[in-house]
Design a protein around this ligand. Structure first.
Ligand code: DGJ
Length: 691
């Protein structure tokens, strides 16, 4: 039973961890414990009694409340801030009752005076050692209640020694950079205000007090939301550390109408005593096995037209490329941007989702048929949330974009953002995209989003206009879900100018993501490493391109084989020897991809911090087979032997590692380094076998 309860105290148990909370003597819902599972319920600490020693250092600031609100003499971050209709701006919640529904614990709280109830949801995922949290607010009265901040959770880690916070930062062309830094007193804010998840920060965190890749305690988590989000990591002046996570309260507003609910996005979090690698593998399993729409299935090897011809797609050019692609072993042929009405450059066409009459006079079908006849599936690129001012859609509905009255509509990449919060906009897109998918046997959609927000207005909305931030994302989800329901066999990819929309919210709808527009293999190694902190290789599209032709084709293939292998290059111009090499790597990839996509990933040496040598290993779940990749991008002076150490083998079993002498036990391999003699910009892929 994953939820145990005793005297208004609850313990959520997973296979190896426990999370305990309960009412303290003052009746406040208080955090008690989060860490390794303990044998008896009595082992968990009691909820801490109110503790303070002066009016300035008072109990409210020192109590680890599970879901603190704005009230009392308290200046640590609250999760909830509201305004009631008479102007009262504090929320005073009292515990009402608890409910255990399967693996979910629901704690019902209600305001002492006003008609607001708050339900805190906790769900244990025993197999993944993860806890999921979210909150539901209900207005049980007859006047609207204004919500100004509603976070999903406050996660408490053990008090005492200070922590390091690990998070991901970056920018377009340089996503998923790893930052690990001491969390000092005060509030560290990570956020997106861009209407999508963003390239700049990811809704992911990890806290540790001296962990490494392979050992040490790590508390980690993420938020499942694809719009404005916020993490406020607070190290209080009283020695406690909390991660607040949820919707961004910046410019947020929601008028909770009588009888209505507001449900926050979910946050998932876990604890491991075994370092950052174990934390990542837990999240990988969770994403693959519980979130993804198609679950644990192998993703196909694809060709994408973008970096080969940009907008210059038509039946003839694409058919020629398709023939070469098929001869290399490609399984899915994706036509990127440029196929729809009026789209020759980035300044026109978005919004008009039907085939361009000049490029595709008979629709897409003739091309799709040719691609299918070559034995490949067919996919297309779309960017539904956008419109170019030069489009039939905008000419007909200029009021359908996000905008403010009397303000210039600022374009980005020549486009404006459709107000996806509007049902008429959603319905238009559903109709157009459904038609494209129904008219053609399309098996893959790359869903792009190429600008961030300006003028987030919705002038003709009669309610609270700032709801647009959340309603926009809900609209995106509805659009995505409707298309998925109508076309269940289609694989969807989330792209936002590369990795601008990678989060656990979108992965309920998207099968995979495009992590970055930077396809230089040397840069990609670091991006892929950061990506792997929270996300599995199964969802990481990785392409061989010509952005870095000075690096060998071998290296570029090896880097891309660490995810879902693809190619985006003018392969009609590749020499016969290049094609031959491509064929070999693709064939090998097809053999090893069950291990890469569905196995366990071990980061052996960091591409971001490893001094020019990096290594990553994937093992089948049963540990019988694995694959090792190593890359060299820099030779330090003096050049020291380049060392890696394998992980994840069964210590007792005996293994061979291709290219290295001898048969050794798993322990034998894992307790000694292997020396990888790589020249600069060299790489290897080696298979590991149990004998
Ligand atoms: C940005 C994407 O990240 C690229 O891969 C490509 O699809 C272009 N948009 C097309 O406009």
């Amino acid at each position: 039973m994953p939820v145990r309860s005793q005297n208004n105290a609850w313990v959520l148990e997973t296979q190896h961890t426990a999370y305990a909370l309960g009412l303290n003597p003052a009746g406040l819902l208080t955090h008690r414990y989060w860490g390794a599972k303990l044998p008896y319920i009595e082992d968990y600490p009691a909820a801490p009694a109110p503790d303070g020693w002066a009016s300035f250092n008072n109990p409210p600031q020192r109590t680890p409340e599970e879901y603190p609100t704005f009230h009392e003499i308290k200046f640590t971050e609250p999760c909830l801030k509201t305004t009631f209709s008479d102007g009262t701006r504090t929320t005073v919640l009292a515990f009402d009752r608890a409910e255990i529904v399967g693996e979910e614990l629901r704690l019902h709280l209600r305001d002492q005076h006003y008609p607001l109830t708050v339900t805190l949801h906790y769900r244990a995922y025993p197999d993944y050692d993860l806890i999921e949290r979210w909150a539901t607010l209900r207005n049980t009265g007859s006047d609207p209640i204004q919500l100004e901040r509603v976070w999903s959770a406050q996660w408490h880690v053990p008090e005492g020694e200070p922590y390091h916070l690990t998070h991901l930062y970056g920018h377009w062309m340089g996503e998923f950079q790893i930052q690990r830094a001491p969390l000092t007193q005060g509030v560290t804010v990570l956020e997106s205000r861009r209407i999508h998840t963003s390239h700049h920060h990811s809704p992911y965190f990890a806290l540790d007090r001296g962990a490494t890749e392979t050992s040490g305690e790590v508390w980690f988590g993420a938020l499942a939301w694809s719009g404005n989000w916020k993490i406020a990591a607070e190290a209080t002046d009283f020695g406690s550390t909390r991660i607040n996570i949820g919707l961004n309260d910046w410019d947020f507003g929601w008028a909770l109408r009588p009888g209505e609910d507001f449900v926050t996005p979910t946050t998932i979090a876990g604890y491991t005593p075994d370092g950052f690698g174990a934390a990542s593998r837990t999240l990988h399993d969770y994403v693959r096995q519980t979130i993804l729409p198609h679950g644990n299935v192998i993703h196909p090897m694809l060709y994408n037209s973008w970096e080969a011809v940009f907008f210059d797609v038509d039946v003839e050019s694409q058919s020629r490329v398709a023939e070469v692609a098929a001869s290399l072993g490609v399984e899915l042929f994706v036509m990127d941007d440029g196929w729809f009405h009026g789209r020759n450059l980035d300044n026109a066409g978005l919004g008009d989702w039907w085939p361009d009459e000049k490029k595709f006079p008979d629709g897409l079908k003739p091309l799709v048929d040719r691609v299918n006849a070559l034995g490949m599936d067919f996919g297309i690129w779309i960017e539904p949330e956008m419109v170019n001012p030069d489009s039939d859609l905008y000419r007909a509905h200029p009021d359908w974009v996000l905008h403010f009255a009397n303000r210039e509509r600022v374009t980005g990449r020549g486009q404006l953002i459709l107000n996806l919060a509007r049902k008429d906009v959603q319905d238009y897109l559903i109709e157009k995209l459904d038609k494209v998918l129904s008219d053609n046997p399309i098996k893959f959609i790359k869903w792009d989003m190429n600008r961030t927000v300006s003028e987030p207005g919705w002038p003709d909305y009669e309610g609270e206009a700032r709801e647009v931030w959340v309603r926009y994302v809900q609209g995106v989800y509805r659009l995505w879900q409707t298309l998925r329901e109508r076309h269940p066999d289609v694989l969807f990819q989330s792209c936002s100018g590369g990795g601008g929309r990678v989060d656990m919210g979108i992965l309920r709808y998207a099968d995979q993501v495009w992590p970055s527009d930077n396809t230089r293999a040397t840069a990609r190694l670091g991006i892929q490493e950061g990506f792997s902190l929270a996300m599995p290789a199964l969802i990481m599209e990785a392409q061989v391109t010509e952005m870095e032709r000075e690096v060998s084709l071998t290296f570029r293939f090896h880097a891309a084989m660490c995810g879902v292998l693809g190619i985006s290059a003018d392969i009609t111009r590749w020499s016969e020897s290049e094609r031959e090499e491509a064929r070999r790597w693709i064939a090998l990839y097809k053999q090893i991809r069950p291990i890469v996509q569905l196995g366990d990933q071990y980061r052996l040496r960091s591409a971001q911090f490893g001094g020019g040598l990096s290594g990553v290993q994937y093992m089948r779940k049963d540990k019988r087979e694995g694959v090792l990749f190593a890359f060299r991008t820099y030779i330090p002076d003096p050049a020291l032997p380049q060392r890696l150490r394998l992980q994840g083998l069964n210590p007792e079993a005996r293994y061979t590692v291709e290219g290295f002498d001898g048969v050794k036990s798993g322990a034998g391999w894992m307790r000694q380094d292997i020396v990888v003699p790589l020249m600069n910009f060299d790489s290897i892929v080696r298979r590991i076998h149990q004998v």
